[in-house]
Design a protein around this ligand. Structure first.
Ligand code: CMX
Length: 134
């Protein structure tokens, strides 16, 4: 697998309306898109930092992954997404072959139309890890 860069860092927030002004008014970034990902039960807001994005995640359902994460751990960094150059399926196959537990056995469609897949934080030293490709 060839990881080219950190595609995004996902941050769980209770409210986009409260979090976006921090990134815009305090850190001086610009939110360039807000998108709902219905099957993940989240609303996302994006900021660009170099070639990496900050992805704020607000839950649309308390039983969704972000709702459960905030309930358990509070707001904060939720996952790290690596851009892969040679296919998400290839990355999944490679890490599965090294004993890593997959959450997605095959790539699916994520925010911004990317092909994405998650692997379990219990197999990745506590960091929920995502692979993605345009
Ligand atoms: N980082 C680190 N550990 C995490 C975690 C995270 N983001 N989310 C959950 N965990 C841990 C929990 O603390 C728990 O640990 P313990 O067993 O020690 O208590 C364990 O993983 C299981 O967590 P859970 O609360 O019981 O929740 P589930 O098993 O139902 O789901 C997970 C956990 C990771 C499988 C789920 O959050 C998931 O499927 N995530 C992938 C999808 C996702 O996060 N989508 C939102 C992003 C949208 C996008 O970018 O497109």
């Amino acid at each position: 697998m060839k990881i080219s860069h950190i595609e995004h860092i996902g941050i769980a927030v209770k409210s986009l309306d409260e979090a976006i002004p921090f990134y815009e008014n305090v850190l001086g970034m610009k939110c360039y898109a807000v998108e709902e990902v219905a099957d993940q039960k989240v609303k996302t807001a994006f900021f660009m930092v170099g070639q990496t994005k900050i992805e704020l995640l607000e839950s649309t359902d308390a039983e969704g992954p972000i709702g459960k994460f905030i309930e358990k751990k509070g707001e904060g960094i939720h996952h790290m997404a690596f851009a892969v150059e040679d296919g998400v399926q290839n990355a999944l196959n490679e890490v599965a072959g090294k004993g890593v537990q997959l959450l997605d056995k095959a790539p699916r469609k994520g925010a911004e139309g990317l092909s994405i897949a998650f692997v379990h934080p219990k197999s990745t030293i506590g960091v929920l890890t995502e692979f993605c490709e345009k």
